[in-house]
Ligand binder design. Structure first.
Ligand code: NDP
Length: 313
């Protein structure tokens, strides 16, 4: 197969935006979307802060718009999962679905980040039977029931608010004495009658016969007024941040202590010339759809500049 000018790994806002720019620059990019086209946008409810959508837009609809825009400029979007990369060879090798090898002169990594779990054995035990990291996907099952959301950031507040429209009762389990979420989200959560915020609380474990029936909570852990109590819940939703999807790259690229790809200065260049990174996989700080999209744009421009500089490729 002919060597591509540009392969993009990941179908979130960063990947699709990179595809829009790379296509318009005649790089004929191939984009591999992976298992979950849209990435985390598919698990979000209403996106209210993506410029250009004054009335808000759902995550899946925004994904569809970005994807259609990339297709309009003839990006080659494929549903394969990248299972290996070899950046020690030139051109670079990208293996898809374990079997098919593609080669490219530049690679843009936009593999995003995945939801984190607390690491309790009970999370595995009740996975799919009460434990979830996606309220939009699974909230529907909890109509008129009681649920808990863990976390104090924007995601946790968003999930709690969404669930409060379906469930009878929502507990928000927050380990600190305050929420980290933006003020507007805090206000919405604190105003909502069927949401109870449990500040200074951590989850010790989950219980229930076969399906989840409750959680054991510890308040003020290690302090004089420490107390342990139980809440009756049918659903337990994690919203405690994300880990970058960089397993594939840990042997070939420089990662920071949390596993995010390190980019050089104001560019999207990684430590391997010709390999660029964009979006949440390389941005532990902003993690917004719009900043991911912007970084995808920058990665495509960086790839284009690299190819112009290496016009013998
Ligand atoms: P954040 O990192 O902002 O928040 C994670 C939350 O989980 C924090 O409250 C943190 O607590 C808590 N947490 C982490 N680990 C544990 C643990 N082991 N036990 C208990 N609690 C834990 O992640 P988000 O996913 O909420 O947001 C990521 C980014 O995306 C942010 O920039 C956010 O603003 C943005 N975002 C924006 C949205 C919007 O504007 N509509 C929607 C969703 C996300 P602590 O505070 O104590 O560290």
């Amino acid at each position: 197969m002919e060597t591509s000018k540009c392969i993009i790994i990941g179908g979130g806002p960063a990947g699709y935006t990179a595809a829009i720019y790379a296509s318009r620059a005649n790089l004929s990019p191939i984009l591999f979307e992976g298992l979950q086209p849209g990435g985390q946008l598919t698990t979000t409810t209403e996106v209210e802060n993506f410029p250009g959508y004054p009335d808000g837009i759902t995550g899946p609809a925004l994904t569809d718009d970005l994807r259609r825009q990339a297709l309009k400029f003839d990006a080659n979007i494929q549903s394969g999962i990248v299972t290996a990369v070899d950046f020690s060879k030139r051109p670079f090798e990208v293996t898809v679905n374990g079997t098919d090898t593609y080669t490219a002169h530049t690679v843009i990594i936009a593999t995003g980040a995945s939801a984190r779990y607390l690491g309790l054995p009970d999370e595995q035990k009740y996975m799919g039977m009460g434990v979830s990291a996606c309220a939009t996907c699974d909230g529907f099952f909890y109509r008129d029931r009681s649920v808990a959301v863990v976390g104090g950031g924007d995601s946790a507040c968003e999930e709690a608010l969404y669930l409060s429209t379906i469930a009878k009762k929502v507990y928000l389990i927050v380990r600190k004495p305050q929420l980290r979420a933006s003020k507007i989200m805090q206000q919405r959560v604190l105003k909502k009658e069927n949401i109870t915020v449990l500040f200074n609380c951590n989850t010790l474990g989950l219980f229930g016969d076969e399906v989840l029936e409750g959680a054991k909570i510890i308040e003020n852990q290690g302090k004089e007024n420490e107390q342990v109590f139980e809440i009756a819940i049918d659903g337990f939703f994690l919203a405690i941040g994300h880990s970058p999807n960089t397993d594939l790259f840990k042997d070939s690229l420089t990662l920071d202590k949390d596993g995010y790809i390190v980019v050089q200065g104001h560019t999207t260049a990684t430590n391997v010339e010709g390999v660029f990174a964009a979006g949440d996989v390389a941005d532990p700080h902003y993690q917004q759809a719009v900043t991911a999209a912007a970084m995808g744009c920058r990665a495509a421009l960086d790839a284009e500049a690299y190819l112009i500089e290496h016009d013998d490729l």
